[in-house]
Design a protein around this ligand. Sequence first.
Ligand SMILES: [Zn+2]
Length: 61
Amino acid sequence: MVKVDSDTPCFVRVQCVDCENEQILYSHASTKVDCEVCGKTLAIPGGGKAEVNSKILEIVG
Ligand SMILES: [Zn+2]
């Protein structure tokens, strides 16, 4: 699990490690985020920053 580096809430573009779908999620997501294509869990709430269980491609702002 990789935590988003920034303490500032932001949106990050991630890639699902299973199906390579790219999707944007919120760094401080308070609910679980699933891949829109295969349903894999991409991020889970981490009490502040979400724990991202996918490949972070870039911060989009
Ligand atoms: Zn997927």
